[in-house]
Design a protein around this ligand. Structure first.
Ligand SMILES: [Zn+2]
Length: 348
């Protein structure tokens, strides 16, 4: 295993120096159009893909559920995508920037949604939780993690507001699964499943000209978040993620990768190697931190020493737990509970 190649230092080849301006598109491969939508986070954009068929457009991912995204979609079909109608939506995974607007898109344009079973289930698990249930689940998660009560309070208030929002959710879906071939405009896109970032992320690979719509599974410059979820505290998502990266590494070395964030790139194998080595380094750091008994919250300050806002803190804690659970499941550290139910990790 190579060491110490930081993900942001991977030498990759970016064929486009800039992303498309808002409400314009770039055709990155035959019939594959790249658009961008804004996100209201520090990561301020998502890439979406619009695939051309003779009788309409296949949309890959929906964008975030906001009035701004709705307006942009509506205008796009009167401007750059005028002349044909949307005919199908495929969502790579359930996260709100990818599937958040799926309900609105399928309803507004009367189109079907395709996604995997686990992503459909995960989307509805989150969208059906009552605000009080979210607070209860998150409180328990934070207690297990040993998070301070003021940090908890700010986040729980935010979550209660978020989960109380009215949303249009998709009512039906067509299931896709690993190795399915989806024919679009006479060419097959093969479903490649990624795990660890999301439960059953559907990346789409067109072997004909070696194009991969990677979702969040492989991103340039960013290490995709891999988190223990509040409802699966014993899970080992980092192992799932690393294992699925090995499967993606069997795709051709000269694949054009179309990621959901940042810029399209060549260098799939190098990028996968760098992501794996990044996690191996973090595992080393986590193991060293466990020389003394440690809570997940304290380990988070070791793995993420920079200041984190509340949104980032949840991901950092989840990702730290993912590294600790990996070591625990691998028998390198122990995990016990103190009298208040907080997990205490310790090197064996
Ligand atoms: Zn995601």
């Amino acid at each position: 295993m190579p060491t110490s190649v930081r993900p942001e230092e991977t030498p990759l080849d970016f064929p486009w120096a800039d992303a498309p301006e808002q409400e314009t598109c770039i055709e990155v491969a035959p019939g594959v159009h790249w658009i961008r939508m804004p996100l209201p986070f520090a990561l301020d954009h998502i890439n979406l893909w619009v695939l051309e068929e003779s009788d309409g457009w296949v949309l890959v991912d929906s964008g975030f559920d906001s009035a701004v995204t709705q307006e942009i979609w509506s205008r796009l079909f009167g401007t750059v995508f005028a002349g044909k109608k949307p005919k199908r939506l495929i969502c790579t995974h359930h996260h709100p920037d990818h599937m958040g607007l799926a309900g609105w898109l399928t309803k507004t344009f009367d189109i079907p949604l395709s996604t995997t079973q686990k992503e459909w289930d995960a989307f509805h698990l989150w969208s059906r939780l009552e605000p009080d249930a979210v607070v209860q689940m998150m409180s328990r998660f934070y207690e297990r993690g040993g998070v301070s009560s003021d940090r908890q309070e700010i986040d729980l208030r935010r979550r209660k507001d978020m989960s109380a929002r009215e949303r249009i959710t998709p009512k039906a879906f067509d299931r896709i699964e690993g190795a399915d071939e989806i024919e679009i405009d006479g060419k097959d896109w093969t479903v490649n499943i990624g795990t660890g970032h999301a439960p059953e992320l559907a990346a789409l690979f067109r072997a004909d000209d070696k194009v991969l719509i990677s979702g969040d599974q492989v991103l340039p410059r960013i290490s995709p978040n891999v988190s223990v979820m509040p409802f699966a505290l014993d899970a080992d998502p980092l192992k799932d993620f690393l294992d699925s990266l090995d499967r993606f590494r069997t795709l051709p070395i000269d694949t054009l990768v179309l990621p959901s964030h940042k810029l399209p790139f060549y260098g799939l194998h190098d990028r996968i190697d760098a992501l794996k080595s990044h996690h191996m380094d973090r595992l080393d750091d986590a193991l060293t931190a466990c020389d003394e008994p440690i809570t997940a919250a304290t380990a988070t300050t070791v793995l993420f020493p920079r200041a984190l806002n509340d949104h980032q803190y949840f991901f950092a804690l989840g990702e730290t737990l993912a590294h600790l659970n990996f070591l625990w499941c691998d028998g390198q550290i122990s995990r016990d509970e103190d009298e208040s139910g907080t997990f205490i990790f310790k090197r064996m």
